[in-house]
Design a binder for this molecule. Sequence first.
Ligand code: AVJ
Ligand code: FE
Length: 444
Amino acid sequence: MNARTEFRIGPQLLEQFDRNRRRMQALYATLPDDAYFGRPIPLRNPLVFYEGHVPAFSHAQLVRKVLGGAAIDESLEHLFARGIDPHESTTGAKARGNEADEWPDRADVAAFRDEADRRVRAAIERVLDDPDGPLEVVHRILEHETMHHETLMYLWHALPFEDKRPPDGYAPDIGGAPPQQAMVEVPVGRAQLGVARDELPFAWDNELPTHAEHVPAFRIQRHKVTNAEYLEFVEAGGYRDQRWWKSEDWAWLREHAIEHPHFWQRDGQAWSWRGMFGPVALPPAWPVWVTHAEASAYARWRGMALPTEGQYQRAALGDPDGPQRRFPWGEEAPQEHHGNFGFKSYDPQPSGSHPDGASAWGVEDLVGNGWEWTATPFAPFPGFVPMPEYPEYSADFFDGQHYVMKGASPATVVELLRPSFRNWFRPRYPYVFAGFRCVGGAGR
Ligand code: AVJ
Ligand code: FE
């Protein structure tokens, strides 16, 4: 049975579609009107945009482009067509504020969403009934939506606390003292990067094709860098010492008067973490979430470096006794006890909470609890070909201004946990649920 037939069995894709739509609508249902038209992150679109964008994208890709279906409303389809991270230096971006006058009524967006959902759902059923149907497009729209669930959580995090309510019974898992940090030795070996087209029912163009990379022996931290460790850097004056920062990162610190991670705030003498639903006294064992710029500065301060994508892959998936693993813990499908992903939490969890998810070398939390920054600029693998129906998906970001992130955050769905999945962001975009660990050096 090949991957294609395997994925043809059963209605999983339709169930995923329904689950995705339910998750997003449940999220929006809790949102007061002025927040709906607000822009929690000044450089991103207001929340109203994403409620239209996800159904518009699915409809454009599957119903219109592939199946040749009719338009619902050309002007709404155009309005909601595209939304990626604008450049940090974009000027004239609106600050927080209400843009209700500039967008369609909430009820009109909901009507467009429901009609697009109805047509997309019918199209998915048609594709699943046709043995030669374009299944890849179904995967593409499902994964596109789930990536937006995560980027929506970044926006949600930025909403004022009074605009959101925690689900019943939710409380962040604060933990106690951080686990002992340690350097783990990973022997020389080969890392498989990317994936062969026929190995999976779907992969994005930037994951294709596959190649092996020779990775010399290296040492990597067992745990992601915790708040407690990062606090040492902050208290040592790391944000005031130009030596640790690249010139553009130093300029960014000065321009915005940045003195600590975006997820932290100072309350008098004490530090807090700005959680999803409220501040909590800085949990020492949580992985720190920071920009690539801050991660790089910390690593330099410790006399270490960020791992390359190949080193991450080796640390996460290398196996002394066989071929590269599917997940750090082996071949078993991801479960809750393996890590903090799949909307298990709205916040980080203490480092050391998921020993069952450790890699062959004993490195923990490589998948979940925050993406991991790598030192590798986002670039095409040799033999890259842009996806014909969506050529800008990756290619627009091969500009040396984005870095590869691997792993997963609490807001990453399990469907994205495959070894070849690559995420990327700008090095000074502060909203991402991403942390890091260091390699090499004589440090800890
Ligand atoms: C892959 C998460 C960087 O949100 O900017 C969504 C995914 N692209 N719609 C992003 C994406 C177009 C993308 N990331
Ligand atoms: Fe999108």
